[in-house]
Ligand binder design. Structure first.
Ligand code: PHB
Length: 374
C-alpha cells in the first residue's frame, strides 16, 4: 500500500461501538483457551499477561465464561459466578485498561454441551430438548481426551427464570470485575443457540416451535443483561449457519433475521456474526443472504467474524458488508495484530495443538514485532 492508501485503510478508521469509542476496527474474538486455575475455574496471572499482551485490540472480547456451575462444559474454562473469579477478572481488566485497551466479558451457558463429570452433583446437562448432539465432544480433565456428550435433560418451563437469573447475575459480576460491557454468547451450539435453532429445539411450549417462541428465552436473557449494563454496552454473538456441536436450523435466514429485528427493538450495541468457522459451516463461504437479512433488520453495529484476513476485512468494511471484524486465531499467534496489519507485516503462524489447555507455551510466548522491524 502507498501512504495515501494507508491513511484510508478501512481497518484503521475509528468507530463507535455503543457507548465505546474504538481507535480502529481490528477486534479480538472470544477464544476458549482453557487455562483457568483449579479448583474454582479462577483467572490467574498467566491469563493477565495474555490479555495485557493483546490490549491494542480495538476491543477484546473475553473467552467464553460460564455464568454458573451448570453453565460449564469443558475443563479449565473460567467462570464469573464466585468472588475469587471476579477478583481474578478484575486483575485482567485493570491490566488491559492500564495498557489503553477496552474489554467485554462473554457470558456463557453451554446447555447440553457438557458432561455429568463437569456438572454440580453429577447432574445431567440441560437443554431445550433431550436431544444428544451427535458427534459433539468435550474434555473433562487434562488427560481425558475428547469424550462423548450424554443425552441432556430438557429444561422445565418453570426453570427458565433461573436461567435468565444466571445470566443477569453474571452481568452484575462482570460489572464488579471492571469490564466495559458484555457479549451474550448465543452462538456455536451452546444453550441460547440451542433454543434459537430448530434442530436442537423441539419444544411444544412457549419456548419452542415458532420462530417467536424459539427467540423467547434468548430475548429474556438479553433484556435482563441490558437492564444491568444499559443496552449500549451489550452485544450478542450468533452463528446462523454454524454446524459445530451438531447444530442446524430449518430456515436460518428467517430465524436470525427475526432475532436481529428483535435485538434492534431492544437497542443493543452490536451483533457479532460467525459467518464462517474452521469448526464447521453449512454455508459455502459467508452466507450473504443471511448477512443481508441481519444487516437490514438491525441498525446497531455489525461485527463480522470467521476466517477473515486483513484484506478481506478491508474489502468487506469498504463494501459495507460489516462495520468491524473480530479476529480469532490470528490474535492467538500475534499479540500485536493491529500493528502488524497497519504495517502489512508478516504474521506468526498459530499452533492448534496449544489452543486448549496447557501452560504458557502457545499462550503468552508468541512474539510481538520488535521495534526495528519498522
Ligand atoms: C470450544 O471450546 O471449542 C469452543 C468454545 C466456545 C465457542 C466455540 C468453541 O464459542
Amino acid at each position: 500500500m502507498n501512504d495515501r492508501d494507508k491513511q484510508d485503510d478501512p481497518l484503521f478508521r475509528p468507530a463507535r461501538l455503543g457507548a465505546l469509542e474504538l481507535p480502529h476496527r481490528v477486534l479480538m474474538a472470544p477464544l476458549t483457551r482453557a487455562r483457568a486455575s483449579q479448583p474454582g475455574d479462577v483467572p490467574n496471572d498467566m491469563n493477565v499477561t495474555y490479555y495485557r499482551q493483546r490490549a491494542s485490540a480495538g476491543l477484546i472480547i473475553s473467552e467464553a465464561t460460564q455464568v454458573s456451575p451448570q453453565g460449564k462444559g469443558y475443563a479449565f474454562t473460567p467462570g464469573i459466578h464466585s468472588d475469587e473469579q471476579i477478583a481474578g477478572w478484575r486483575k485482567i481488566t485493570d491490566a488491559v485498561h492500564a495498557a489503553g485497551g477496552r474489554m467485554h466479558l462473554q457470558l456463557w451457558h453451554v446447555g447440553r454441551i457438557s458432561h455429568t463429570a463437569l456438572q454440580p452433583d453429577g447432574a445431567l446437562p440441560v437443554a431445550p430438548s433431550a436431544i444428544q448432539p451427535e458427534g459433539a465432544k468435550t474434555f473433562i480433565s487434562a488427560d481425558s481426551g475428547m469424550v462423548d456428550i450424554p443425552t441432556p435433560r430438557a429444561l422445565e418451563a418453570d426453570e427458565m427464570p433461573d436461567i435468565v437469573e444466571q445470566f443477569r447475575q453474571g452481568a452484575e459480576n462482570a460489572k464488579a470485575a471492571g469490564f466495559d460491557g458484555v457479549e451474550i454468547h448465543a452462538a456455536n451450539g451452546y444453550l441460547l443457540d440451542q433454543f434459537l435453532r430448530s434442530g436442537s429445539n423441539h419444544r411444544t411450549d412457549e419456548f419452542g416451535g415458532s420462530v417467536d417462541n424459539r427467540l423467547r428465552l434468548p430475548l429474556k436473557v438479553v433484556e435482563a443483561v441490558a437492564g444491568v449494563w444499559g443496552e449500549d454496552r451489550v452485544g450478542v454473538r450468533v452463528s446462523p449457519t454454524g454446524s459445530f456441536n451438531a447444530m442446524h436450523d430449518g430456515d436460518p435466514q428467517a430465524t436470525f433475521g427475526a432475532f436481529a429485528a428483535r435485538l434492534d427493538d431492544l437497542g443493543i450495541a452490536y451483533i457479532e456474526v460467525v459467518e464462517d468457522s474452521f469448526q464447521g459451516n453449512h454455508a459455502d463461504g459467508r452466507p450473504e443472504p443471511i448477512v443481508d437479512a441481519i444487516r437490514s433488520a438491525f441498525r446497531g453495529t455489525y461485527i463480522g467474524n470467521g476466517n477473515y484476513t486483513a484484506g478481506e476485512a478491508r474489502a468487506r468494511i469498504d463494501a459495507d458488508r460489516c462495520d468491524l471484524v473480530t479476529f480469532g486465531r490470528p490474535f492467538i499467534a500475534n499479540p500485536d495484530l493491529p500493528e502488524r496489519f497497519r504495517r502489512n507485516a508478516p504474521l506468526n503462524e498459530w499452533d492448534s495443538a496449544t489452543f486448549y489447555g496447557g501452560d504458557e507455551h502457545g499462550y503468552i510466548d508468541y512474539p510481538a514485532l520488535t521495534e526495528d522491524v519498522a
